[in-house]
Design a protein around this ligand. Structure first.
Ligand code: BEZ
Length: 202
Protein backbone atom coordinates (compact mmCIF):
# COMPACT_ATOMS: atom_id res chain seq x y z
CA UNK A 1 0.00 0.00 0.00
CA UNK A 2 1.11 3.58 -0.67
CA UNK A 3 0.48 6.36 1.83
CA UNK A 4 0.64 9.90 0.43
CA UNK A 5 2.50 11.63 3.21
CA UNK A 6 3.86 14.92 4.56
CA UNK A 7 5.80 14.95 7.84
CA UNK A 8 4.11 18.15 9.10
CA UNK A 9 0.50 17.00 8.62
CA UNK A 10 -1.36 16.16 11.85
CA UNK A 11 -3.76 14.00 9.79
CA UNK A 12 -0.95 11.97 8.24
CA UNK A 13 0.54 11.64 11.72
CA UNK A 14 -2.63 9.95 13.02
CA UNK A 15 -2.16 7.22 10.42
CA UNK A 16 1.55 6.88 11.18
CA UNK A 17 0.90 6.62 14.93
CA UNK A 18 -1.63 3.84 14.29
CA UNK A 19 0.94 1.96 12.19
CA UNK A 20 3.57 2.32 14.92
CA UNK A 21 1.13 1.27 17.65
CA UNK A 22 0.24 -1.80 15.54
CA UNK A 23 3.95 -2.54 14.97
CA UNK A 24 3.47 -2.68 11.19
CA UNK A 25 5.09 0.34 9.52
CA UNK A 26 6.47 -2.00 6.80
CA UNK A 27 3.00 -2.53 5.30
CA UNK A 28 2.97 0.93 3.67
CA UNK A 29 5.36 2.79 1.38
CA UNK A 30 5.46 6.53 2.09
CA UNK A 31 5.03 8.78 -0.96
CA UNK A 32 6.00 12.42 -0.27
CA UNK A 33 3.25 14.83 -1.31
CA UNK A 34 3.04 18.58 -0.85
CA UNK A 35 0.90 21.45 -2.04
CA UNK A 36 -1.38 24.21 -0.82
CA UNK A 37 -4.97 25.34 -1.41
CA UNK A 38 -3.54 27.70 -4.06
CA UNK A 39 -1.33 25.12 -5.78
CA UNK A 40 -1.91 21.35 -5.52
CA UNK A 41 1.77 20.65 -6.28
CA UNK A 42 2.36 16.90 -5.86
CA UNK A 43 -0.85 16.27 -3.88
CA UNK A 44 -2.59 13.16 -5.30
CA UNK A 45 -5.53 14.91 -7.01
CA UNK A 46 -5.92 11.93 -9.38
CA UNK A 47 -6.56 9.63 -6.39
CA UNK A 48 -8.31 12.05 -4.05
CA UNK A 49 -10.24 14.70 -6.01
CA UNK A 50 -10.12 16.92 -2.92
CA UNK A 51 -6.33 16.91 -3.25
CA UNK A 52 -5.78 16.22 0.43
CA UNK A 53 -3.47 13.93 2.37
CA UNK A 54 -3.37 11.39 3.84
CA UNK A 55 -4.60 9.18 1.00
CA UNK A 56 -4.01 5.42 1.06
CA UNK A 57 -3.65 3.60 -2.25
CA UNK A 58 -4.65 -0.07 -1.93
CA UNK A 59 -3.95 -2.98 -4.30
CA UNK A 60 -7.52 -4.25 -4.05
CA UNK A 61 -9.85 -1.24 -4.01
CA UNK A 62 -10.23 2.49 -4.45
CA UNK A 63 -7.82 4.85 -2.72
CA UNK A 64 -9.03 5.69 0.77
CA UNK A 65 -9.33 9.15 2.31
CA UNK A 66 -9.72 11.03 4.67
CA UNK A 67 -7.68 10.21 7.81
CA UNK A 68 -10.71 8.83 9.71
CA UNK A 69 -11.56 6.42 6.90
CA UNK A 70 -7.94 5.32 6.64
CA UNK A 71 -7.55 4.76 10.38
CA UNK A 72 -10.79 2.74 10.54
CA UNK A 73 -9.58 0.64 7.60
CA UNK A 74 -6.09 0.03 9.01
CA UNK A 75 -7.42 -0.67 12.49
CA UNK A 76 -9.62 -3.38 10.99
CA UNK A 77 -6.91 -4.76 8.67
CA UNK A 78 -4.17 -4.85 11.31
CA UNK A 79 -6.37 -5.75 14.30
CA UNK A 80 -4.91 -2.73 16.08
CA UNK A 81 -7.78 -2.47 18.58
CA UNK A 82 -7.78 1.33 18.59
CA UNK A 83 -11.55 1.64 18.08
CA UNK A 84 -13.32 0.08 21.08
CA UNK A 85 -16.71 -1.58 20.97
CA UNK A 86 -19.89 0.50 21.40
CA UNK A 87 -20.94 2.29 23.53
CA UNK A 88 -17.38 3.50 24.31
CA UNK A 89 -16.86 3.79 20.53
CA UNK A 90 -19.21 6.80 20.33
CA UNK A 91 -17.06 8.71 22.80
CA UNK A 92 -13.91 7.76 20.91
CA UNK A 93 -15.40 9.02 17.63
CA UNK A 94 -16.58 12.33 19.12
CA UNK A 95 -13.14 12.90 20.65
CA UNK A 96 -11.47 12.07 17.32
CA UNK A 97 -13.81 14.48 15.49
CA UNK A 98 -13.10 17.20 18.07
CA UNK A 99 -9.34 16.70 17.70
CA UNK A 100 -9.55 16.69 13.90
CA UNK A 101 -11.51 19.95 14.08
CA UNK A 102 -8.72 21.48 16.16
CA UNK A 103 -6.13 20.31 13.63
CA UNK A 104 -8.18 21.54 10.68
CA UNK A 105 -8.63 25.02 12.16
CA UNK A 106 -4.92 25.14 13.04
CA UNK A 107 -3.91 24.17 9.49
CA UNK A 108 -6.27 26.81 8.05
CA UNK A 109 -4.65 29.42 10.33
CA UNK A 110 -1.25 28.36 9.02
CA UNK A 111 -2.42 28.69 5.39
CA UNK A 112 -3.98 32.08 6.06
CA UNK A 113 -0.78 33.43 7.60
CA UNK A 114 1.74 31.79 5.24
CA UNK A 115 0.03 30.99 1.93
CA UNK A 116 -2.60 33.69 1.33
CA UNK A 117 -1.08 36.85 -0.18
CA UNK A 118 -0.28 39.28 2.62
CA UNK A 119 -2.67 42.01 1.40
CA UNK A 120 -5.70 39.70 1.60
CA UNK A 121 -4.98 38.09 4.99
CA UNK A 122 -7.65 38.49 7.66
CA UNK A 123 -6.53 38.63 11.31
CA UNK A 124 -10.22 38.46 12.35
CA UNK A 125 -10.65 35.20 10.41
CA UNK A 126 -7.51 33.77 12.05
CA UNK A 127 -8.87 34.69 15.50
CA UNK A 128 -12.22 33.07 14.65
CA UNK A 129 -10.35 29.84 13.85
CA UNK A 130 -8.52 30.12 17.16
CA UNK A 131 -11.88 30.66 18.85
CA UNK A 132 -13.01 27.26 17.55
CA UNK A 133 -9.81 25.67 18.85
CA UNK A 134 -10.20 27.32 22.26
CA UNK A 135 -13.77 25.99 22.59
CA UNK A 136 -12.67 22.49 21.58
CA UNK A 137 -9.75 22.53 24.04
CA UNK A 138 -12.15 23.61 26.80
CA UNK A 139 -14.52 20.76 25.89
CA UNK A 140 -11.68 18.23 26.12
CA UNK A 141 -10.57 19.64 29.50
CA UNK A 142 -14.10 19.79 30.95
CA UNK A 143 -15.75 16.70 29.46
CA UNK A 144 -13.27 14.13 28.22
CA UNK A 145 -10.32 13.80 30.64
CA UNK A 146 -11.67 10.59 32.11
CA UNK A 147 -11.88 8.97 28.65
CA UNK A 148 -8.45 10.31 27.68
CA UNK A 149 -6.99 8.62 30.78
CA UNK A 150 -8.41 5.23 29.74
CA UNK A 151 -7.00 2.57 27.38
CA UNK A 152 -5.28 4.03 24.28
CA UNK A 153 -7.57 4.58 21.30
CA UNK A 154 -7.82 6.69 18.14
CA UNK A 155 -9.54 9.51 20.03
CA UNK A 156 -6.47 9.90 22.21
CA UNK A 157 -4.10 9.58 19.26
CA UNK A 158 -6.00 12.27 17.34
CA UNK A 159 -5.89 14.64 20.34
CA UNK A 160 -2.14 14.10 20.76
CA UNK A 161 -1.58 14.78 17.03
CA UNK A 162 -3.70 17.96 17.13
CA UNK A 163 -1.91 19.27 20.24
CA UNK A 164 1.45 18.37 18.70
CA UNK A 165 0.53 20.44 15.62
CA UNK A 166 -0.44 23.42 17.82
CA UNK A 167 3.00 23.25 19.44
CA UNK A 168 4.68 22.82 16.04
CA UNK A 169 2.99 25.67 14.11
CA UNK A 170 1.35 27.85 16.77
CA UNK A 171 3.80 27.75 19.67
CA UNK A 172 2.92 31.37 20.50
CA UNK A 173 -0.57 30.25 21.59
CA UNK A 174 -0.08 29.23 25.20
CA UNK A 175 -2.94 26.74 25.57
CA UNK A 176 -1.39 24.86 28.52
CA UNK A 177 -1.99 27.55 31.15
CA UNK A 178 -5.77 27.39 30.62
CA UNK A 179 -5.95 23.61 30.25
CA UNK A 180 -3.70 22.09 32.93
CA UNK A 181 -5.31 18.62 32.95
CA UNK A 182 -5.02 18.34 29.16
CA UNK A 183 -1.41 19.58 29.34
CA UNK A 184 -0.49 16.94 31.94
CA UNK A 185 -2.22 14.21 29.91
CA UNK A 186 -0.41 15.32 26.72
CA UNK A 187 2.99 15.28 28.42
CA UNK A 188 2.47 11.64 29.42
CA UNK A 189 0.80 10.42 26.20
CA UNK A 190 3.36 12.17 23.97
CA UNK A 191 6.11 10.05 25.57
CA UNK A 192 4.76 6.90 23.88
CA UNK A 193 7.27 5.54 21.33
CA UNK A 194 4.68 5.87 18.52
CA UNK A 195 4.33 9.60 19.22
CA UNK A 196 8.07 10.13 19.63
CA UNK A 197 8.70 8.38 16.28
CA UNK A 198 6.26 10.64 14.40
CA UNK A 199 6.94 14.14 15.75
CA UNK A 200 6.14 16.72 13.02
CA UNK A 201 8.95 18.14 10.92
CA UNK A 202 8.90 20.75 8.16
C1 BEZ B 1 2.17 22.27 7.47
O1 BEZ B 1 3.27 22.46 6.92
O2 BEZ B 1 1.85 22.89 8.49
C2 BEZ B 1 1.24 21.27 6.87
C3 BEZ B 1 1.68 20.45 5.82
C4 BEZ B 1 0.82 19.51 5.28
C5 BEZ B 1 -0.48 19.37 5.77
C6 BEZ B 1 -0.90 20.18 6.81
C7 BEZ B 1 -0.05 21.12 7.37
Amino acid sequence: MKLFHAPASPFVRKVMVLLHEAGTTDRVTLVPASGTPLNPGTLPVDRNPLGKIPALERPDGPTLYDSRVITRYLDDLLHAGLYPAAPRLWDTLVIEATADGIAEAAVLMRYEMHVRPEASRSPAWVEAQWGKIARALAALEERWMSHLSGPPDMGQIAVACALGYLDFRHADRTWRAEHPALAAWHAAFDARPALQATAPTA
